[in-house]
Design a protein around this ligand. Structure first.
Ligand code: KG4
Ligand code: ZN
Length: 358
């Protein structure tokens, strides 16, 4: 029987300090030997967002303990591993460096291969932890820093179909939560309070809904939320109506733009039966899952959502991406450095800032 590949994964790109030990199983999916995530919610709560220096300090304080716990829970010693993978980008450099350096140190001292993983590839391949999934598939990656439609052709092979031209979707949720004072972390709080509101009460803009292919824009929506919020100060019912209307508008935008992305995916791959994978922190949102499942019924494709514990940042997906790259002999040396920007599709046009044409 072939040896089952086992990796230690480390993730510190933003505000979660995480370590996991993952082993490939007979079904070609993952055996989760441990998956430890320490969230920094309390550190950032009073600021309503991630403060890079505080995040880096918290990573430094926790990382050794978290790795130690992941190793102990897995009951696997570092010598029994096939390699070490740590997130090398994109993200906050001061944060990335903490996990990257300790990952390299463990790999060098135990004479194991080291892989610097793209955090976005971690999210992109994360459904494979639980389910064997056939390439190519369509990925909607929705997180705090990214919002993209991509064709996932293979490990390390991505074609971007569309992206946000301004704010990321998670960022729009977080800013809305902050404007409406709904609590932290933002996305989950908006979803919770939206349940108490009337989603049709406010008519909010749907930026670039009918142009620019499957590119997206959320900045105008956020500004509209800010404008409306000033008129409803102190009225909780209207606040919940606004949260619900914001979420409903997001769903209308995602419905339309995913429809365009599906058409483009079919045209480019000639694959009628395929899977839409929705990954990243925002994929935890139940209304978004329901909305895209409705679209999948209408357009006859399948949807796949990672389990909630693999939607938000975690190290299981980093170890898993490490295993997939290891199997293709994509091994890094320890000179690999942290990158704040690292697109999955190197040929994709940069869509933000001056010169943008829609
Ligand atoms: O993937 P992730 O954990 O970190 C990044 O790579 O950015 O995504 C974090 C984002 C945050 O913006 C958070 O507010 C959002 O995911 N999020 C949600 C929900 N849970 C987390 N957004 C909407 N609804 C949710 N239930
Ligand atoms: Zn993420």
């Amino acid at each position: 029987m072939a040896k089952k590949i086992t990796f230690l994964g480390i993730e510190t790109s933003c505000d979660e300090t995480a370590a996991a030990v993952i082993r490939e199983n007979d079904k070609g999916t993952a055996e989760i030997l441990s998956n430890v995530v320490s969230s920094q919610i309390e550190e950032h709560k009073k600021f309503g967002g991630v403060v890079p220096e505080l995040a880096a300090r918290a990573h430094l304080e926790n990382i050794e303990f978290i790795i130690d716990r992941a190793l102990k829970e897995s009951k696997i010693s570092i010598n029994e591993m096939d390699g070490v993978a740590a997130t090398a980008g994109p993200g906050l450099i001061v944060c990335l460096t903490v996990g990257l350096n300790i990952g390299k140190a463990i790999a060098v001292s135990s004479d194991k291969p080291f892989i610097g993983v793209n955090h976005l590839e971690g999210h992109a391949l994360s459904p494979g932890l639980e389910k064997k999934i056939e390439f190519p598939y369509l990925l909607l990656l929705i997180s705090g820093g990214h919002t993209q439609f991509l064709i996932v052709k293979d490990v390390n092979e991505y074609e971007q179909l569309g992206t946000t031209i301004d704010d990321a979707l998670g960022e729009a949720f977080d800013k809305t939560a902050k404007i409406l004072n709904l609590g932290y972390p933002g996305g989950a709080c908006v979803e919770k309070f939206a349940k108490l509101g009337d989603k049709n009460f406010f008519k909010l803009p749907e930026p670039i809904i009918n142009k620019a292919g499957c590119n997206l824009s959320f900045a105008g929506l956020k500004t509209a939320v800010l404008r409306e919020s000033k008129k409803i100060y102190g009225k909780d019912k209207l606040k919940y109506d606004l949260a619900a209307s914001f979420q409903n508008t997001i769903n209308k935008i995602l419905y339309k733009k995913t429809k365009v992305a599906v058409e483009e995916f079919r045209k480019k791959t000639r694959k009628e039966n395929f899977q839409l994978v929705v990954a990243g922190g925002v994929a935890a949102n139940e209304t978004i899952r329901k909305n895209l499942s409705n679209l999948s019924n209408e357009m006859n494709f399948k949807t796949l959502y990672p389990d909630l514990k693999f939607c938000g940042d975690n190290a299981a997906m980093i170890a898993w991406a490490g295993i997939q790259r290891f199997k293709k002999n994509m091994i890094d040396n320890v000179n690999v450095s942290a990158k704040s920007r690292w697109p999955l599709d190197k040929n994709a046009p940069y869509m933000k800032g001056p010169g943008l044409k829609l």
